[in-house]
Each structure stands twice: as structure tokens, then as C-alpha cells.
Design a binder for this molecule. Structure first.
Ligand SMILES: *Cc1c(COP(=O)(O)O)cnc(C)c1O
Ligand code: SF4
Length: 441
């Protein structure tokens, strides 16, 4: 089941015509993909409209703005495929396909060559997008990686050469962590995945990598990867080998709802993975229609800790794609976080958030406060382009409706304390980019 193709699963055939039409229309703009595990084991079809996993996977009419919906529907009705494609492309460009200046600011270069499969935003941690991991077992309707799945090649991060990666890491000893991401790196076949990991196992190279993280939704969407798949045992053996080599190996597991943690398959997968010695840390954005309820989060964290997983981040949904459908105002997000956090024991409180991955860094909403007469929102960086920004509280004017950093204004100053430095970084990046292009041309 992929973008633009109508899903053939019998459950989907039983949906009312309007719902099926909406899947088709919206699926032509936002990528759509589902697998049998998700459809058969995670969705309650008797109440599909309110089912969080249904909304996580299946597009519905409200995920496009009414104008975009009508445009796409009309284009499909003409029966002209090229026209429909062009309309879909136009709409996508209006959905902020590349939030948080990822292209301009985060892509490094070596010897004047851009390493488009890498993002280096925070000093210690490098994001690596292996080219064979740029798809997923199923697609989430909220996903900010969606441009990678729909063939918008000009913004597709992919890198074929692990060699270049190692060279970069050798030249950057400050990088201790590498985070394999995608899509989902756990979509890869074993032999391909192994190619990427191999350089870190033999210690011949001179990188300073101490932790390998794998950002993955496989436990939520395809736990069989580690239980009954043909290659499950090979993956587990490799994980064990990585751990034994002295590298800290962590699964950054994406779970959006506690129901993903309740099947026998996911229990077994987590148990087998933990047996290799790797850690499982968990994260999710806060999403309206899916998990905008403190009880859901408290249950999710408890369920995770009970299965020996470590809650890590609660994110604010990014300002991209079907943002209007999923967004939760920052103040409400903080209330949900706090109400959930109050209900759980200290073991669950390893989680941090709610956090926005914005252009300057990961900004946590600490909450509402009063300074003198003024009501403010207290914020702080959990992670920043300049490590020096981290951990320092700063204040925005209180705003009940703001849903992203760009909606906020500073409480006491002309601009936020990091603004001038960020502008300098931007200017420098633009200059470097110009130089890089000059060398390639
Ligand atoms: C979140 C993130 C990381 C990892 O940050 P940690 O705080 O170490 O988990 C690295 N790079 C980017 C671009 C990120 O958004
Ligand atoms: S699993 Fe992650 S990368 Fe894949 S579609 Fe869902 S949110 Fe996006």
C-alpha cells in the first residue's frame, strides 16, 4: 500500500465510500503505506474513526485544508495523471516540506563536497540517513520526513558512501554519537545494514564514536523484524556483537500510543532486543487525534518502563504536512505533559519535554510563570546549535494559541538571547554554501 495506490486490504474495502475517497485524495499528497500487522493487530475497526492508530496511518479528509482537498480531488477527476501529479507537487510545496532550516544549516561538507546524507546540528551527535533506510514499514500521517518518501528528489537526504561518513567522523573528534535515521533504518536487509555498521566494529578507523543509536518505528509497526522474520536472529547477533565491542547501542523507539506496546509480538521483540544488551529509549510527538491526553501518556510511559524501556522525549509536532490537523498549542502541550508526569513514578520521569526541534535547537516548554506583573512562558534549550545556549531559562510572552517557536515573541527583550548569534550562523552557512557550490561547479 503506497502513496496514490488504493489499499487492497479487505478492512479498507469495508470503509464507507467517503472515507475511501478521502484516503485516495489525501494519499495523493501525503504518502500512505500500511502493513498487515498494523491493520490487523493495532486498529479497532469497530470504532475506526476514533482509533488512534487508524488516524496515525490512514489519511482522512481533514488532513488537508479544504482548498487543497478540493484542488486535489478535482485534479484526480480529470483522469490526467500528469496534471494530478503537478497539482500534488504544488500542494506539497505549500506544506513546509523542510522545516527548521535542515537543508541550509545542518548539512556539512568535506573538501568542498556536500555530505547530503548527514546532518550535524549538535556538537556531539551526528544524524546519518543511510540511503537504503529512507522508507518505513508503514507511514505515519503526521510524519515530517514525508518529502523523502514522495520522490521530492531535490530535498531527499541520502548518502551512499559510508567511507565519506567515516572520514567526516575522523575529522570531527567531538562527535561521540551517531544516530542512524531515515525513514527507518530497520527497514534494511541485514547485509545492507551490516555494511553501515561494520566500520564501527573494527576499531581500525580513528573516529571517536562511543554510542550508536538507531531511530526506529519497527517495534511499533513491525515487531516481527526481531521475532519471526528470517533475518531476526542475525540482527540480534549483530546487536550483541556491537554491545560486546564496548559501544553503547540504543534503540530510539518511536511509540505514539500505548496500544502499540500491548501485542504479544511487541513484548517478545522488546524482550529479545533487551537480551542483546542494547538499551531501548522511547520518544513520540504529541498529536491531536492520537495522543493528546495525559492519561494516554502516563499509560504509555508506565508500559514502557514495565518492559524495561526508558522514556526519553515528548516532542511538539513539527510545523509541516498536516500540521493543522495534529497541532496542539504549546500551553496545552505543557499541561498534558505535566498532568501525565505527575501521575507516574520517578522511573518514568527520565522523559523530557514537551520539546520543539526548532532551527536554533531543541527547546523545552518549562511552563507558565509570572515575572512581576507579566505572565510569561518559561523555556530552555535541551540541545542547541551552540552548546552554550543549553540549560539557560528564557521567557516568551504568554500566548495560549502559539503552537511553535515562530509564534512566540520574547517577553522582556527585543529578541531572544540567541537570535543575533543564530543570524551569524545563518550568514556563515550561506557563505560556506556559496563556496561549496563554487568548488563543485
Ligand atoms: C534530537 C536530535 C539529535 C539528538 O539529540 P540528543 O539530545 O542527543 O538526543 C541530534 N541531531 C538532531 C538534528 C536532532 O534533532
Ligand atoms: S515511522 Fe517515523 S519516519 Fe516513518 S513515517 Fe512514521 S514518523 Fe515518519
Amino acid at each position: 500500500m503506497v502513496a496514490g495506490q488504493f489499499p487492497k486490504h479487505p478492512q479498507v474495502g469495508l470503509l464507507p465510500e467517503a472515507a475511501r475517497n478521502a484516503i485516495e485524495v489525501v494519499g495523493n499528497v501525503l504518502p500512505f503505506k500500511a502493513n498487515n500487522y498494523v491493520v490487523d493487530e493495532l486498529i479497532d475497526w469497530s470504532n475506526y474513526e476514533n482509533d488512534p492508530i487508524f488516524n496515525l496511518i490512514f489519511p482522512n479528509r481533514d488532513m488537508l485544508l479544504p482548498g487543497h482537498y478540493q484542488e486535489m480531488e478535482a485534479a484526480l477527476q480529470t483522469g490526467d495523471r500528469n496534471h494530478a501529479k503537478a497539482v500534488s507537487h504544488q500542494i506539497r510545496l505549500q506544506l513546509n516540506p523542510h522545516p527548521a532550516a535542515q537543508v541550509e544549516l545542518n548539512v556539512p561538507s568535506i573538501d568542498g563536497v556536500k555530505l547530503t546524507g548527514i546532518q550535524h546540528k549538535y556538537r556531539e551527535t551526528l544524524l546519518f540517513f543511510p540511503s537504503s533506510g529512507q522508507t518505513c514499514h508503514s507511514y505515519c500521517t503526521f510524519c515530517f520526513r514525508w518529502p523523502q518518501f514522495v520522490g521530492m528528489n531535490e530535498i531527499k537526504f541520502a548518502m551512499r558512501e559510508t567511507e565519506l561518513l567515516v572520514r567526516y567522523l575522523e575529522a570531527h573528534q567531538e562527535v561521540t554519537d551517531i544516530l542512524f535515521t531515515g525513514g527507518d533504518p530497520m527497514i534494511m536487509k541485514f547485509e545492507v545494514f551490516k555494511q553501515y555498521i561494520a566500520p564501527f566494529l573494527d576499531r581500525k578507523n580513528k573516529t571517536n564514536i562511543q554510542s550508536i543509536r538507531i531511530g526506529t518505528k519497527s517495534l511499533g509497526f513491525w515487531p516481527y523484524k526481531f521475532t519471526m522474520d528470517e533475518e531476526a536472529d542475525k540482527f540480534l547477533e549483530l546487536f550483541e556483537e556491537i554491545v560486546k565491542s564496548g559501544i553503547n547501542l540504543a534503540f530510539m523507539a518511536h511509540f505514539n500510543h500505548p496500544s502499540e506496546l500491548r501485542t504479544p509480538a511487541v513484548h517478545e521483540a522488546i524482550r529479545r532486543l533487551r537480551n542483546t544488551g542494547l538499551q531501548i529509549r522511547t520518544q513520540s510527538p504529541l498529536l491531536r487525534h492520537i495522543n493528546d491526553d495525559p492519561i494516554v501518556w502516563a499509560e504509555m510511559w508506565r508500559e514502557q518502563v514495565n518492559q524495561n524501556c526508558i522514556p526519553y522525549y515528548m516532542f511538539i509536532a513539527r510545523n509541516t504536512g498536516a500540521k493543522h490537523y495534529f497541532e496542539v498549542p504549546l500551553v496545552r502541550a505543557w499541561q498534558i505533559f505535566r498532568e501525565a508526569y505527575q501521575q507516574v513514578s520517578g522511573l518514568c520521569r527520565t522523559v523530557r519535554g514537551p520539546s520543539m526541534s526548532a532551527t536554533p535547537g531543541k527547546i523545552q516548554i518549562l511552563g507558565e510563570a509570572s515575572v512581576g506583573e507579566e505572565k510569561v512562558l518559561a523555556l530552555r534549550f535541551l540541545q542547541a546549535r551552540n552548546p552554550n545556549w543549553v540549560g539557560r531559562p528564557f521567557f516568551a510572552k504568554f500566548d495560549k494559541t502559539a503552537s511553535w517557536l515562530t509564534d512566540l515573541s520574547p517577553a522582556f527583550d527585543e529578541e531572544f538571547f540567541y537570535a543575533a548569534e543564530l543570524r551569524e550562523m545563518y550568514a556563515e552557512a550561506m557563505l560556506n554554501q556559496a563556496n561549496t557550490n563554487a568548488i563543485i561547479n
